[in-house]
Design a protein around this ligand. Structure first.
Ligand SMILES: [Zn+2]
Length: 357
């Protein structure tokens, strides 16, 4: 299995390099149907806003410039909503590259907006609206804030002391003697998918406070305010829903899913006006993070399209409530993005060869 995976990775790499370096990408782009490639990330790296967030949530300005610089002129650079409109209208024209950023971080106004101005580009921003409305900041940010200041072993040990969730505590305790990287990975996974949410949020609030954390200071440092959102919207950015509390929708009852999904739309439209929030992003976005009732709630809430975080491009036949996206961060390699964007992997799939992801 490992060998098969390695072989696939090597083939994928070689194919993408050939497309990129020989200019064949332009040929493939012309023969493949018009498509939209939705890129997604979270933050532009800025130590004042997001210094403690993990590397895979950030992109350095120059890395983003390199990507946008390459796509500008070859593709229409726009928001998801505008790009989807272009595809749905049919007709000819360049394919679309839409940029999106999740959660609503403050750098989107202080850094991303100006950077997009340089390329005449705009983006879709998916807002976790509770963070702007004074709801407690979700535990994962407190987790990252604390482990940027204390060894992960210490944080994990404290969790096992202060939590009352026996099953989660036992799992974490069994990992304490392993490597810090392994511990960090598994603690995050256990807390995300297995721990009791109420206990986890309470325990992390306590760990955060004990480490000197201040909820309101963290909120200001990390997230946009509604004034920022108004300014971004006026500047042509699209605001999309991303639930109120950034919860894993598949872990909620249908009625709670509706509250989270509709609630984020209402919060945005209260500020920006009716009909402004028509695109939705499922938090975390893998197929196990949402389910059919969440998709149905999204449609019924009045969102017209929704995106997940599986890799691929969007065509006219794509399911509108499960549009795929490609991650961009400092690890992203341009030739692989280009191979996907030009329709290179879609072309291979027509011949039964799936090298995507
Ligand atoms: Zn998110």
């Amino acid at each position: 299995m490992a060998l098969k995976h390695q072989l696939k990775q090597s083939l994928r790499e070689a194919y993408a390099r050939v497309l990129f370096h020989t200019g064949l990408h332009a040929v493939v782009d012309r023969i493949m149907p018009r498509r939209m490639t939705i890129l997604f990330g979270h933050c532009v790296d800025n130590p004042d806003c997001n210094g403690f967030l993990p590397r895979d949530m950030k992109i350095r300005p120059d890395s983003l410039r390199r990507i946008l610089g390459w796509f500008r002129g070859r593709y229409a650079l726009t928001t998801i909503r505008a790009g989807y409109g272009l595809l749905a209208a049919g007709g000819k024209g360049p394919s679309v590259v839409a940029l999106s950023v999740d959660d609503g971080y403050r750098d989107n106004r202080t850094d991303l907006l100006g950077l997009l101005d340089e390329y005449g580009a705009r983006a879709t921003i998916f807002l976790e609206t509770g963070a702007m409305d004074g709801a407690p900041i979700n535990w994962s940010h407190k987790y990252h804030w604390v482990i940027a200041r204390q060894p992960v072993q210490e944080v994990a040990r404290r969790y096992t002391e202060w939590s009352e969730d026996t099953a989660a505590k036992q799992q974490i305790a069994a990992l304490l003697d392993g490597s810090p990287d392994r511990l960090a990975y598994h603690v995050k996974r256990i807390l995300k998918y297995e721990a009791d949410e109420v206990d986890r949020d309470r325990t992390f609030q306590r760990i955060f406070a004990a480490a000197g954390g201040d909820e309101e200071a963290l909120r200001k440092e990390l997230y946009l305010s509604w004034d920022d959102v108004r300014e971004l919207h006026r500047a042509g950015m699209e605001m999309g829903g991303h639930t109120i509390h950034h919860t894993i929708l598949s872990r909620l009852e249908p009625a709670a899913q509706v509250r989270e999904i509709e609630g984020s739309k209402q919060a945005i439209e209260r500020v920006l006006g009716p009909g402004t929030a028509t695109t939705f992003a499922y938090p975390f976005g893998r197929r196990w993070d949402y389910d059919t009732s969440a998709v149905e709630a999204t449609r019924r809430a009045g969102y017209q399209i929704a995106v997940n975080t599986h890799a691929g491009t969007v065509g006219r036949g794509s399911q509108p409530y499960e549009l795929k996206r490609l991650p961009v961060d400092d690890q992203s390699r341009l030739h692989l993005l280009v191979a996907e964007t030009c329709g290179g992997f879609d072309l291979l799939r027509r011949f039964g060869l799936d090298l995507s992801e």
